[in-house]
Design a protein around this ligand. Sequence first.
Ligand SMILES: Nc1ncnc2c1ncn2[C@@H]1O[C@H](COP(=O)(O)OP(=O)(O)OP(=O)(O)O)[C@@H](O)[C@H]1O
Ligand SMILES: [Mg+2]
Length: 275
Amino acid sequence: MSAIRVLVTNQKGGVGKSTIAANLAAYLAIQNNTQVHLIDFDKQSSSSQWVTKAPDIGLKVFPANLSYEDRGSLVLAEAKRYLYKFSTDCEISISDLTWTYAIPSEFMLEFDFLLIPSATSKFEMASSEIFILKYIENYLSQIKSMGQKILAVPSRVDQSFQPEQAFLNILNIEHCSLTPPIYLVPTIDNLVYEDFLCVSSSADVAKNFSIFGEHIAKLITEKMIAKKNGSPTHHAIKRSSNFSVLDKYRIERENEGGNNASPMSGWIPNFLLKK
Ligand SMILES: Nc1ncnc2c1ncn2[C@@H]1O[C@H](COP(=O)(O)OP(=O)(O)OP(=O)(O)O)[C@@H](O)[C@H]1O
Ligand SMILES: [Mg+2]
C-alpha cells in the first residue's frame, strides 16, 4: 500500500510549519508505532534539525532541496521526484514546505492531507483562507475525487482561543476542517530539540500536542482503512465555468470593509457545502 502523504504548508513564514511537521512525525512514530519519513523541503532545515538533535526514535529525515531557479513544470517534476522517492518504505510521509508559487499548485494534489498552520489574527486567517480557497477553486473536482482533506491548524494561539470563531469562511466547505489548536508556548526555546513536544517535560505542552497528534492520527487511520479496502472515493464533479469561489470571497470582503472575519453564508455554492 502506498504511504499516506501529509503536507504541512502555508506561504506565510514563521507560522509553526516546521515545529508541527517534526513533532507530528514524531507523535505518529512514537504513539502509533508507525514508520514515518519526514521530507524537509525547506532550506533552513528547521524540522530536520529537530529530528536529528532530539533523542533517536527511528524517524527518518530526508532533505529535498528544490532548485527554485527552475520554475513551473521543472520544479514540479523535481518536487514530485523527491516526494515519491522519500515516500517509499514507510507508512506515512510528512512534508515540510514553505509554499511558493514557483511550484505549480497542482503539487498539493499529491497529498492525502494538507495541513495549513495559521495564526488566528483576522489578517493571518484571511490570508490562509484565501490560500486554501484559491487551491480549492482550481482543483475542486480532483480534490473531491481523491477525497483529500484540508485542515486549518490554529497555531501559536492563546489559551483563550475559541474555535467557533476561527476559519469560519472555509469550514462549511466539504473537505475542509479545523484541527485542535496548538497553543503558544512562551518557553518554546527551552523545549526545542530537548525532545519531541508530545513527550515534552512540560506536561501542558505534551498534552496539547498529543491532542493534536491524536486528531491527525485518527484521520490518517481512517484514510489507511479506506485505501486498504479500496473503497471508492468521491465522484469527480464538474464545476460551472463561470464560478469563482475566490472572486466571491473577495467581493464579500470588500463589501464588508475587508476586515470582518464573520462567516459569509450564502456565497458558497451548495455542492461545496458539507452535507
Ligand atoms: N506553539 C508555539 N509556541 C511558541 N512558539 C512557537 C510555536 N511553534 C513555533 N514556534 C516558534 O516560532 C518560530 C517559527 O516556528 P517554525 O520554524 O516552526 O515556523 P515555520 O512556519 O516553519 O517558519 P518558516 O516559514 O521560517 O519555515 C520558531 O522560533 C518556533 O520556535
Ligand atoms: Mg519552517
